[in-house]
Design a binder for this molecule. Structure first.
Ligand code: PMT
Length: 222
């Protein structure tokens, strides 16, 4: 572990998509590659932090020096995050693109074609970020907000509603930025300020974001 400004601090970071099974061969998911969350994990390790990544199914290698806990569904992500936070956590960052809904039941066998139309009943998934932020021992909690319209307004609203210390608004309407690319552009909000970062590589954005988290979580300690 390199020594750095975050030496002794424990980070838990969620990354990637979740998969919600429909039957043994099908699932609901999204285009998250995990690149943003993995870049944040690397930046935090480089600054000296001890990092646990709670990762949905991605094709990225585990970053050096990072403990990876692999999960599949939103329910798994909540359970693994709660466990990792209970083991000790100063900063929690939710980068994952979690499915908001899952099929009410997962069919035991492959669903066959029958009628021309079929419908699927979906139920709400638990919200990992809101659950961690509501813990009595909540760490400094940072959320992401992927939006296509009114990015700043929705992000600020999410920060207040979910009781976060910081939120990273990610406009995912620009082609080539956001989901599954190497580049991103974000605006970071905290209760009385904001900073736009990028367009830049996800790694450079992660480095600046980790520096902002270091600065603001230090203030929160006092
Ligand atoms: O993985 P990449 O390809 O690199 O792409 C990065 C990204 C675009 C996925 C990432 O930068 C990003 O914006 N992640 C958040 C995506 C998202 O789904 O946001 P949201 O607005 O639905 O969720 C808001 C916040 O709540 C997020 O921090 C999310 O992790 C969290 N959440 C949401 C639902 C849920 N059930 N549990 C959660 O923890």
């Amino acid at each position: 572990q390199p020594a750095g400004p975050l030496s002794g601090k424990r980070f838990v970071i969620t990354a990637g998509p979740t998969r919600e099974p429909i039957d043994p061969v099908r699932y609901i998911s999204n285009h998250s590659s995990g690149k943003m969350g993995y870049a944040i994990a690397r930046a935090a390790v480089a600054a000296g932090a001890e990092v646990t990544l709670v990762s949905g199914p991605v094709t990225l290698p585990a970053p050096e020096g990072v403990k990876v806990r692999s999960v599949v569904t939103a329910e798994d992500m909540l359970q693994a995050s709660q466990q990792a936070v209970s083991e000790g956590c100063d900063v929690f960052i939710a980068t994952a693109a979690v499915a908001d809904y899952r099929p009410q039941t997962c069919a035991g066998d492959k669903i066959k074609k029958t009628n021309d139309e079929m419908s699927l009943s979906l139920v709400r998934n638990p919200d990992t970020l809101a659950t961690i932020a509501a813990r009595p021992d909540a760490p400094f909690t940072v959320g992401f907000a992927a939006e296509t319209t009114d990015v700043a307004r929705y992000a600020m609203d999410k920060m207040q509603r979910k009781k976060l210390q910081m939120i990273v608004a990610n406009d995912v309407s620009t082609p080539g930025l956001g989901f599954n690319s190497d580049q991103n552009a974000v605006t970071v909000f905290w209760p009385n300020g904001q900073e736009s970062i990028g367009p830049d590589s996800k790694q450079n954005i992660a480095t600046r974001l980790v520096a902002l988290i270091e600065e603001h979580s230090k203030k929160a300690d006092k």
